[in-house]
Design a protein around this ligand. Structure first.
Ligand code: GLU
Length: 282
């Protein structure tokens, strides 16, 4: 049992494109989105505050435009994001509206965080939305980002959001059960890591393994995210988003996923984590 997780109040949940879409077609998995929306609304009904970081803009836009593969060219990628983000929000808002749950869209770039005024504005807006019982739905503003100001993956973005809103828990939903000592898809002897007390060199080495081909982040970006979240004072869980019941289960204290324990760094400054990328994009 993980008793501490039953008391979490302000929770950031990140879901990736691979968890939101059907693997075979790349189309949105509506039953899954419906379930996600019901679970998140139920958390707000319990009095918890929830922020959803959702990928999917590019994946949804690409399907709308009938493109067979992931766009490489920047302008096309950004066009896909512009089309897909609006569509993604339309679906979320329709589903949340069935439960009378108000949502809001927040699109950010690294610049939002680097610039003191924008960061403070974003923080105030988040706090106001949470106070009003609204579920903010966050994504990177892919339509306007360029290399210099992009987070590049929503694992990092969600950790930065967790730090910004002073969350007590970040849940990264992935297509893998959690952290393994090696890539379990290629090494059958890989062992599952239940809890990470400290992110040491050994743990960093494990980040070199698995990723999926739909989204952007692999295990490396998740461990980088864990460093940000745990230094900022939030526990972080990597769990398998294939069955979304994992969210209520882990909040009931069940032993699922890998838990990275918070160890608040009193000198935490998120700008220290934004200047360099710990891992190359996969
Ligand atoms: N922001 C990107 C999108 O919505 C996804 C980034 C990621 O997969 O981490 O399409």
């Amino acid at each position: 049992m993980r008793e501490i997780l039953t008391h979490k109040q302000r929770i950031v949940i990140k879901i990736g494109s691979s968890s939101l879409t059907h693997q075979e077609t790349g189309n949105l998995n509506l039953s899954k989105m419906e379930k996600l929306v019901r679970i998140l609304t139920d958390l707000t009904n319990q009095g918890k505050e929830v922020v959803l970081v959702s990928s999917g803009a590019i994946a949804v836009g690409r399907k709308s435009l009938g493109l067979m593969k992931k766009p490489e060219e920047l302008a096309l990628k950004q066009a896909c994001a512009a089309v897909g983000q609006a569509r993604l929000m339309m679906v979320y808002q329709k589903l949340f509206a069935e439960y009378n749950q108000i949502t809001a869209q927040i699109l950010m770039t690294k610049y939002t965080m680097i610039n003191d005024i924008s960061r403070e504005n974003a923080q105030r807006t988040f706090h106001e939305l949470l106070k009003l019982g609204i579920v903010p739905i966050v994504n990177e503003n892919d339509t306007v980002t360029t290399d210099e100001v992009e987070f590049g993956d929503n694992d990092t973005l969600s950790a930065i959001v967790a730090a910004l809103v002073d969350a007590d828990l970040l849940i990264l939903l992935s297509d893998i059960d959690g952290l393994y000592s090696d890539d379990p898809r290629s090494n059958p002897d890989a062992t599952f890591i239940d809890t990470v007390e400290v992110i040491d060199d050994n743990i960093l080495k494990m980040g070199k393994g698995a990723g999926s081909n739909v989204g952007t982040g692999g295990m490396g970006t998740k461990i980088s995210a864990a460093r940000i979240a745990t230094d900022a004072g939030a526990d972080m869980i990597i769990a398998n988003g294939e069955d979304l019941s994992v969210i209520p289960h882990l909040l009931e204290g069940k032993n699922v996923g890998t838990l990275f324990k918070a160890h608040k760094n009193q000198d935490f400054n998120m700008l220290d984590y934004l200047s360099t990328k710990q891992y190359p994009k996969e």
